[in-house]
Design a protein around this ligand. Sequence first.
Ligand code: GLA
Ligand code: CA
Length: 794
Amino acid sequence: MKKLILVCVLCIAVYCTTHSQNSIQRTSKEKDKSASIKTSDFTLGQNEFLLNGKPFLIRAGELHFPRIPRAYWDHRIKMLKAMGMNTVCIYLFWNLHEERMDSFDFSGQKDVAAFVRLIQSNGMYCIVRPGPYACAEWDMGGLPWWLLKKKDIKVRSKDDSFFMDRSGKYLKEVGKQLSSLQIQKGGPIIMVQVENEYGAFGKDGDYMEVTRKNVLAAGFDRVQLMRCDWSSNFNNYQTAPSVAVTLNFGAGSDIDKQFELFKKLHPSAPLMCSEYWTGWFDNWGRPHETRSINSFIGSLKDMMERRISFSLYMAHGGTTFGQWGGANSPPYSPMVTSYDYDAPIDEQGRPTEKFFAVRDLLKNYLNPGEKIGVMPTPLDVIEIPKITFTKSANIFNNLPPAKKSKSIMSMEMFDQGWGRINYRTNLTASTVPRKLVVTEIHDWASIFINGKLVGNIDRRRAENTIEIPPVPNNAVLDILVETTGRVNFGEAIIDRKGITEKVEIQEGDHYEELTDWSSYSFPVDYTFQSNVLFKNEPALGPAWHKANFILNKTADTYLDLSTWGKGMVWVNGHNIGRFWKIGPQQTMFVPGVWLKKGNNEIMVLDLEVPAQRTVMGLNRPIVDRIVPDASLLVRKKGQKLDLTSMIPVLKGKFDDRKNWKDVMFKNAISGRYFCLEATTSILDKDVTSAIAELQIIDNENHLISTQKWKVIYADSEEMTAANHAADRIFDNQESTFWQSQYIGGTTQHPHQVVIDLGAEYQIKGFRYLPRSDKNKTGMIKDYNIYISVSPFKM
Ligand code: GLA
Ligand code: CA
């Protein structure tokens, strides 16, 4: 009986929240009933979340509405419900809603209130994460690029009044859209997040407090607030006690370990994993990421058994259309366009094996009165026969008006947010080859002299120089810079685009800065592209290519771009994102709702010359075909580290726990090159070594900045099964790790990694984090540390 009453109360609560917006005529009996129920509420209880005073386990899935065409929003929400979710977790990206300062847009594809109401009409709850910072592999983590016009801008800091003022204004606009949808006011919003993983960035509790107050002032004054961090850093700063603290971690995590410290510090708080990473994102030029179903489901089951609330990040990732993809750093690693994420629901909205595994698990753990949703009909896919491009327009024949400046400037200073920029100046004569030194290329440049391609500079490889041939006087130098995403995570987030500082000509020891630039901006909006002048012949250089094609049926498709170089695609005016031949992504998702019966238009901007000017629509994606690139491996062919003449500064042994391990030397040691050599593994027969993160401590007990670090040697890297590149030991992501080769490998101990710190330091110690999932393979036992001022012999 008790159960029955509870079911009724819940049903009525859902009914009220669903219909309170509409003026529905009710019978007097119904009126009486609803009058006796207090408005809905969601609060923190003793070790439980409480929905209307009753324990409630949140089973949330994350969706990003800008990564899903609006026409599919309802379908994706229904898919989440069918997977067993009762809540949808969403981010808002500030830069999407305020592309230009003071001009806010919450319409059409950006209509977040419509998305939240759709969640409610599907009988689900909602967690809102408005930022101001989000991360999410989104350009600048959601911060607007125009903040970078302020030369000394500090972001995510209360010390910058411009940042605080602008982020406060933005939050107020979010409040206008969503505050009436708090659960206490009849909406579906049960929690609102303040900031995002601030512990991975700073320790400034005051900044978080001001931001919390800004969220309150925006009108989110009734709803439960929360924040999210990692188990290793949630205690880096404090927030008001009313803010729920939640943790983020990945597939395969040891749940008890993750909450160990948290439970000590917050013994009566409800437990929640606010981002349980179902898969991972992909970077251009790096192997496709997946996370196994077993490890993912195993830890999810552990959470259910312990009544831990969760949100699947991502439940369905979708697509990072347009120019919105971000990047990680160091090293600079831009994101691909697909945000499939190896999530349970794939890029096109179809259920994967992971989806069914989640559904099978969750049906055993529903809250009283809950039902798993019915699966909506999957959306169609079509193949499109080969389309041949006949029209082209060379970039250099379509230069927009020049902007003149004495010294070179980043594109933000020309009021350009994204796209490409060409810098032009003249060179003096030289009879010998010289070097062009560019500080810094953000992010990939083609260098032309008198219209002829000399070569490329690629920021991913930390390149900054190229040799140029002898030239006559007044030769025209063009540096055409193609931007990929702005860094969305960590210290390097101030990431201006184009050329950030200067360009010099180097002859021997002599450097001369080039000046008197003409700069040409190529923005990403379709209006700009549609004004270029096409000719009925293939262009030879960087160019736009255009074609029309007829469809008698429309549905989703994956355009195969594998014969093209690097650039961007627009279909019927929709910017569907970036492509790059290096992979792993070779196809681009085109939603059927953006195609038309009859005539369609496709435009490709390629900075290189395509091998074939054709595309086809496939009925399946190719997101895992990487062009192998030995030059990206840190060990050159035949190279071997020779430590025979060196004496280790320390011989040590790590324990088998998964925590950060701090090791201090007796005295500080001068050095620029740091080598960790692993000689045995924790597991007996294990011949591999893995490191999730490595930090180095100077003689003032500060962590040395990783911005200038470079891995210059690793005896091997697993780049077939997954992305276990050596540089993952300082990508600031605890869930990614370097591992020596284990597929087809014949690797043996010792395993070594050598880091060039970029400058000489007094080194007092280091910190090591083993791979952080449950798996112990690769965990290091015995090790040696070598430090040197000059490079090791190899
Ligand atoms: C963190 C962030 C998310 C996202 C994931 C990785 O947890 O909070 O926005 O960047 O990492 O996908
Ligand atoms: Ca890492």
